[in-house]
Ligand binder design. Structure first.
Ligand code: SF4
Length: 452
């Protein structure tokens, strides 16, 4: 018996008109190369294309006329037209003649053009041809995924060599990030963990470049990233969790968006690597936002986002840290009521600037401070978890044992680094399910309960 013929889906087709000088031609080639690598095909006629791109030239009046006429032809023969190139630097010159063009971008805006094409006609994913699944290859369990929004870092913390290894901040265009998030959610991911070296700096390097998204233009800003990811997550009944955020003033506005632990969306959770609380130590560490009044900021955040869970990491025994610096850190910790904290004893890293700082702290002093820090944190954690007993908390299932037992995490717990919620009576629950859990017991770091 012969196999039934597999139905081959047709690649979406793009019409391309390239006008102007060799630089414009190279721009067109770049756009075409990107689109081809994403599975698009090219149509020799406008009529057969799904969308037409016109790369314009605006150098001379005659070139502008030619560009406008090429746009007119594409509109007449196809109707779906994206304009780019030199004339796009003054979009009104195009839209007043051709108000029906779908979008206009300026010269060298390859990513924006490709973004508009994705909006007009999404790339085809063919599971028989593509080696990589639509949502990419993942090493995490199917129900959660990390979403990297940038590479590198503009900060120069004295104990860190990441900027010299990975360079300055390079943010991904916003629509790339959002498209990846959308794919992940559509592939069944129920929790997205946003990561970078400095999430709150997102978009600074690309001057907050606009991206097309859902028939709008959205600037690559931290607040927009949080809002759009939160909205996408709501559409899919999923969670978004923000990691590596610094306490800059512009982070305040994100608190209002943190309403996601019930029906899905942006979680009231922030991972902020504070590292210390003493102004002297923070300055020696050259930490970003080291001048901010973080305690005041945390208090105001908790008013706007009740239930906000804060996770952080700290370093004790940094060169020059005195007993009073350390005591300041302990007092700060108790007042800030950080929900989850990791603590490291300072260790020199090869080539880090901090290696040359005076005031090395003896190993036994580091150990003693670490013990005191962990004791203080354990008390805070235990009291916070005890206060949850008798209440209901939204949790996500990570693993089940097939006999009603399950390992879950509350909205306040990121995978691997925070605590767990151990369930019984969770028959039928599957990894990735988000459900309310009645909390019955707690120890220093974990909770115990049953589905409510
Ligand atoms: S520790 Fe400082 S310099 Fe290193 S990656 Fe983080 S923010 Fe950037």
């Amino acid at each position: 018996m012969s196999e039934p013929a597999r139905k081959i889906k047709e690649s979406p087709k793009i019409g391309m008109v390239s006008l102007g000088c060799p630089k414009a031609l190279v721009d067109s080639e770049r756009i075409m190369t990107q689109l081809r690598s994403e599975g698009y095909a090219f149509s020799p006629t406008h009529a057969d294309a799904d969308v037409v791109i016109v790369n314009t030239c605006g150098f001379l009046d005659s070139a502008k006329e030619e560009s406008l006429s090429a746009i007119g032809d594409a509109l007449k023969e196809n109707g779906r037209v994206i304009v780019t190139g030199c004339m796009g630097a003054k979009p009104e010159d195009i839209t007043k003649v051709h108000p029906k063009v779908m979008a206009v971008t300026g010269p060298h805006k390859y990513d924006e053009v490709v973004g508009y094409v994705h909006e007009a006609v999404p790339p085809l994913h063919d599971p028989f041809v593509d080696l990589v699944p639509e949502a990419g290859l993942k090493l995490t369990p199917a129900h959660y995924a990390y979403l990297k929004i940038s590479e590198g870092c503009n900060n120069r913390c004295s104990f860190c060599i990441i900027p010299s290894l990975r360079g300055d901040l390079v943010s991904r265009p916003l629509h790339h990030v959002l498209l990846e998030a959308d794919k992940l959610f559509r592939s069944g991911v129920k929790e997205l963990l946003v990561i970078s070296q400095d999430t709150s700096a997102y978009g600074v390097d690309i001057k907050y470049a606009q991206s097309p998204w859902k028939s709008r233009k959205v600037e690559a800003r931290f607040i927009n990233l949080a809002r759009e990811l939160g909205e996408l997550a709501k559409d899919h009944g999923a969670w978004v969790r923000l990691h590596y955020v610094y306490p800059y003033p512009h982070v305040d506005a994100v608190m209002e968006l943190m309403d996601g632990h019930e029906a899905g969306g942006l979680l009231p959770y922030l991972d902020i690597p504070f590292q210390h609380a003493s102004p002297g130590v923070l300055k020696a560490m050259r930490r970003p936002a080291n001048q901010e009044k973080t305690l005041d900021r945390i208090k105001s955040w908790r008013k706007v986002a009740p239930g906000l869970a804060l996770r952080s990491t700290f370093i004790v025994g940094f060169p020059g840290e005195t007993e009073s610096d350390f005591q300041m850190l302990l007092d700060w910790l108790k007042e800030a009521q950080i929900d989850r904290a990791g603590c490291f004893k300072y260790e020199p890293v090869q080539d880090a600037v901090a290696n040359d700082l005076p005031g090395a702290v003896a190993e036994e002093v580091k150990q003693e401070r670490w013990n005191r820090f962990m004791e203080a944190q354990q008390e805070i954690s235990a009291a916070k978890l005890k206060a949850r007993v008798g209440g209901t908390v939204m949790c996500i299932i990570d693993e089940t044992d097939g006999a009603g037992g399950a390992d879950a995490r509350s909205y306040a717990d990121a995978p691997d680094i925070d605590g767990k919620v151990y369930l019984r009576g969770a028959e039928g629950a599957r990894p990735g399910r988000i459900l309310p859990v009645a909390i019955e017991d707690a120890d220093d770091y974990d909770l115990f309960g049953t589905p409510a």
